[in-house]
Design a protein around this ligand. Structure first.
Ligand code: FAD
Length: 321
């Protein structure tokens, strides 16, 4: 047996969540006293591939092909499944990212494997049982699931596991899989990034604004705070519905689910549908002028006050720091 980890990249550079997932897969390989193999798909330089050794991969299977430059769900799943078979991997680990959410169920079918999506901790392996803690009901609860199949797929919630450096080095091996026409029935021709700011699902810190900010013209202070903290921007659903902010920033049950280390909510009431996407954040700070706002019940730190007074004060304080 072995553990295989799928390593996502953006424009040839590994994402932060990739290093988390490799560290996590390394720990699972150590639990089982086995080796960790990484698989990389797309155009990634040899130097970048070698960095995976630092986080515990012993070998990297590199699938480099122009047709695979952009993420193609079915084709990527076929390659990862073939890599798992080649390496006799019975545990496949990936990030519960946008791509990971598409890949995990496909891998489950291809490898006849049980799937634990949204894992937040290492598996507990006792008495021949393999149990894993994962998020459930859009982040409103946790579930402990037991995977009883021989092959197992685990997708890790971003920011749920710390990056750990090791003293290993990784060998890099080219790997190719014959493409099946059906795998390319739908392809992404080009990805045009709308912003060069921190990507929301990967961000360590997220600053989020709600209807309490009154209108799009008031987002300047939110953007300034985000720039100072190196944070990504998010918003509540009514804000994106009103066109104050792009839909890509909408978090919650019907938007993106995030779990940053720090989530700062400004002028957001904390409706259950909003909390569904943000409640697994490590530290939640709420700024709201209504002391009865439901968000305060789940906040680690709360400031009862007018955002238009509080946020500029925070910005001034950070600048003086
Ligand atoms: P409001 O509820 O209007 O709250 C504004 C808050 O700002 C209030 O608490 C107020 O006290 C505070 N405020 C006002 N002025 C100031 C000030 N000057 N300074 C500080 N605070 C101030 N919502 C989501 O966000 N994400 C989702 O994914 C989502 N999915 C949904 C799915 C369904 C099926 C449904 C029915 C609803 C969904 N919603 C979602 C909507 C959700 O129910 C709430 O309506 C929404 O989250 C409220 O947004 P808000 O907190 O920005 O606005």
């Amino acid at each position: 047996m072995s553990v295989l980890v799928y390593t996502e990249n953006a424009d040839g550079k590994f994402k932060k969540s990739t290093f988390e997932v490799v560290s996590y897969a390394r720990a699972i390989a150590d639990q089982n006293n086995t080796k960790l193999i990484a698989v990389s798909i797309g155009s990634v330089s040899a130097a970048e591939l070698a960095t995976l050794g630092k986080y515990g991969a012993e070998k990297v299977l590199n699938v480099s092909n122009e047709q695979l430059k952009n993420f193609v769900n079915q084709a990527y799943a076929s390659i990862i499944a073939e890599a798992a078979k080649k390496e006799s991997a019975d545990i496949v680990v990936l990030s519960n990212s946008f791509s990971g959410r598409g890949l995990a169920p496909r891998l489950g079918v291809k490898l006849e494997a049980g799937v634990a999506d949204g894992a937040v901790a290492l598996p507990e392996q006792t008495d021949g049982k393999f149990k894993i803690k994962k998020t459930a009901f859009s982040g409103k609860a946790f579930a402990i699931v037991e995977l009883t199949s021989a092959n197992k797929i685990i997708s890790l919630t971003p920011n749920a596991y710390k990056v750990v450096e090791t003293n290993k080095t990784a060998s890099v091996e080219d790997f190719s899989v014959e493409a099946k026409a059906g795998d390319f029935a739908a392809v992404i021709k080009e990805i045009v990034r709308s912003t060069d700011k921190v990507s929301l699902p990967d961000a360590d810190i997220v600053i989020s604004g709600g209807r309490g900010l009154k209108g799009p013209e008031n987002w300047g202070m939110v953007e300034e705070l985000a720039d100072l903290l190196g944070a990504a921007l998010a918003c509540s659903k009514p804000v994106s519905d009103a066109g104050w902010r792009p839909h890509s920033e909408h978090v919650g049950q019907t938007g993106i689910a995030i779990s940053p280390n720090l989530y700062i909510a400004i002028g957001i009431s904390g409706a259950i549908q909003h909390l569904a996407g943000v409640s697994s954040s490590k530290v939640i700070v709420v700024i709201n002028k209504d002391a009865e706002a439901p968000f305060f019940k789940v906040a680690d730190y709360g400031i009862v006050g007018d955002a238009f007074e509080v946020v500029p004060k925070i910005i001034t304080a950070i600048k003086q720091f």
